[in-house]
Design a protein around this ligand. Structure first.
Ligand SMILES: Nc1nc2c(ncn2[C@@H]2O[C@H](COP(=O)(O)OP(=O)(O)OP(=O)(O)O)[C@@H](O)[C@H]2O)c(=O)[nH]1
Ligand SMILES: [Mg+2]
Length: 278
């Protein structure tokens, strides 16, 4: 269904919800632009709306009813308040057919529906609507320890950093990541090092913390899984002050969505294309 907002732009509303009792009332957003094409214009407009000392936590979610509640509970809101930061939590629902939205809403998160599928598309919608000075990210599957946010923001401030990415691979417990994914990640480390001189060991980590003001300056166009590597490549190549910090990664809960072969090849082709054409 297409409806018009007051700016007379089209807003795509979710079409289909399997169980109506899980339908979540969506908050009107200041810039409810869920389209992808004019994301940058939208971001430029929103730039002035960043709230100082606020962290917007953006969590993409596709059928993550098993993890999303615990993930939201883990965000250390009080601890961050104590060190001077207010928190905005956004769950970007990518067309879930389970209770993800309902649980996210019940846990106090702002739920944004991004009907255009894709990990990158979910993040683009989240970043376009974030109002914090900082953006923090992570999956909805309980793999990333959101409890480390105070440590990350302290390191960001102390080091006067623009972009932090995390490293899941150095302190990995047995069984948390499959051997094929581990070796795949090592291969991506090598490729990104050779092709882009990227200093990060974990090019595929999905937990980042960065200043929102750098987002419009990054030419990140991927709509799917390559979004993660492209964001890091862009942040590093554009000369922003970056760091990689180790985290304790955990085993996923809920249904696996990553297709090892398809997404692996997709990420590889994206790296080659980006190296050749940009
Ligand atoms: N794969 C995928 N994930 C999406 C999509 N939209 C949102 N997501 C969410 O993006 C996050 C990352 O996806 P995952 O399937 O966990 O990918 P991953 O972390 O590389 O793989 P795992 O090791 O299985 O966790 C999760 O929170 C998903 O629910 C999409 O279109 N595809
Ligand atoms: Mg995951």
């Amino acid at each position: 269904m297409l409806i018009s907002n007051k700016n007379n732009t089209d807003v795509i509303m979710e079409k289909e919800i399997v169980d109506k009792s899980y339908q979540v009332k969506e908050e009107p957003l200041p810039f409810p632009d869920r389209r992808i094409d004019d994301r940058r214009a939208n971001d430029r407009r929103r730039k002035t709306y960043s709230v100082k000392n606020r962290i917007t936590v953006v969590i993409p979610a596709l059928n993550e009813e098993q993890g999303i509640g615990k993930v939201l509970d883990e965000i250390p809101v009080d601890e961050l308040k104590e060190i001077g930061y207010s928190i905005e939590v956004m769950v970007i629902d990518n067309g879930s057919k389970d209770k993800t939205k309902y649980i996210a809403d019940n846990h106090g998160a702002k739920v944004i529906v991004q009907p255009i599928k894709g990990y990158g598309n979910a993040y683009k919608a989240g970043f376009a609507n974030a109002c914090g000075e900082f953006i923090a990210t992570g999956d909805a599957d309980l793999t990333y320890p959101f409890s480390c946010l105070p440590e990350l923001i302290t390191k960001m401030k102390d080091g006067d950093l623009d972009f932090i990415t995390t490293n899941r691979l150095d302190d990995l417990e047995p069984g948390v990541m499959s051997k094929s994914h581990y070796f795949g990640n090592m291969a991506f480390h090598l490729m990104t090092k050779i092709l882009f001189k990227l200093p990060f060991k974990d090019s595929q980590s999905g937990m980042w913390l960065f200043k929102k003001e750098i987002w419009p300056k990054l030419n990140v166009v991927s709509s799917g899984m390559p979004f993660s590597q492209e964001l890091k490549i862009e942040a590093y190549r554009k000369g922003f002050k970056c760091a990689e910090i180790p985290i304790k990664y955990r085993a996923r809960v809920g249904e696996v969505k990553l297709n090892t072969i398809k997404d692996g090849i997709g990420n590889m082709l994206h790296l080659l294309r980006k190296r050749i054409f940009k």
